[in-house]
Design a protein around this ligand. Structure first.
Ligand code: IMP
Length: 203
C-alpha cells in the first residue's frame, strides 16, 4: 500500500536552484510547510546510483536521515536516443562549472559524430525525472515522469535552465527555453512525476 503524506513539514532535498524552485512551486497547493536543503545547510550526497531512481532515493534518504523530516528529492536529466541515452544521469556532469552552453555543444558534437558514423539522423530525446519521497522511518515512495521530444541546434530561448534551450517537447514547436516558466511547469517531466506523487501520497 502506498503511504499517504500526513506530516506538516517537508524538506526539498535539491541543491539545484532551478529544480528546487519548480518543486517548491508545485507543492504550494498543499498544506505543507516546505523548507529547502539549502535553508537547512544539508550536505549534498554523492550521486553514486546508476539510475534516476537510485539517485533520487539516495538523495531523499540522505536528507531525511540528516534532518529527521520527510524529504522529497528529484533526480533528472536528458537522454538522447542517438547517444544511447547519454548524458542521462550524468546530465549535470556534462556541464563543467554548470556551463550548459558547453554541455549542449557536446551533445551537438556527439550527435553529429554519430550521424557521420552511422549515416542515420536521429534527433529524439527525453527529459526524465524521478521524484522520491522518503520518511525518517525508512519508507520511500518514488515516481517517474518522462517528457518526449526532439533536439534543435543552435540553442533557442533564455528561459528555463540546463538543456531547456535545445529541447522541443512533442506537440510544440518551441524549445523549453522559449516557453514561459509557468507553461513549462504544466507539461514538464517533473510535473508529470509530481502529479503521480500527489495522486498517490497527497490525496
Ligand atoms: P541532477 O538531477 O542533479 O543529477 O541534475 C540533472 C540535470 O539534468 C540538471 O542539472 C539539468 O542539466 C538537467 N535537467 C533536469 N531537468 C531539466 C529540465 O527541466 N530542463 C533542462 N535540463 C534539465
Amino acid at each position: 500500500m502506498p503511504r499517504k503524506f500526513t506530516d506538516s513539514k517537508l524538506v526539498v532535498a535539491s541543491h539545484n536552484a532551478g529544480k528546487a524552485r519548480e518543486i517548491v512551486e508545485l507543492l504550494q497547493a498543499f498544506p505543507v510547510k516546505v523548507v529547502s536543503a539549502k535553508d537547512l545547510n544539508l550536505p549534498e550526497p554523492e550521486e553514486t546510483g546508476l539510475t534516476y531512481i537510485d539517485n533520487a532515493v539516495l538523495k531523499a534518504v540522505a536528507a531525511t536521515k540528516e534532518c529527521g523530516l520527510p524529504a522529497l528529492a528529484d533526480d533528472s536529466g536528458m537522454s538522447v536516443d542517438a547517444l544511447d541515452g547519454a548524458p542521462g544521469i550524468y546530465s549535470a556532469r556534462w556541464a563543467p562549472n554548470k556551463d550548459f552552453a558547453v554541455a549542449m555543444e557536446r551533445v551537438r558534437r556527439e550527435m553529429a559524430e554519430k550521424e557521420r558514423a552511422t549515416g542515420l539522423k536521429n534527433d529524439r530525446a527525453q527529459f526524465n525525472c524521478c521524484l522520491a519521497l522518503a520518511w525518517p522511518d525508512g519508507h520511500v515512495e518514488h515516481f517517474m515522469g518522462v517528457l518526449q521530444g526532439h533536439l534543435v541546434f543552435p540553442p533557442r530561448g533564455k528561459n528555463g535552465f540546463g538543456y531547456d534551450p535545445i529541447f522541443i517537447p512533442d506537440g510544440y514547436d518551441i524549445t523549453c527555453g522559449e516557453m514561459t516558466h509557468d507553461f513549462k511547469q504544466t507539461i514538464s517531466h517533473r510535473a508529470l512525476a509530481f502529479r503521480q506523487l500527489v495522486d498517490t501520497c497527497f490525496r
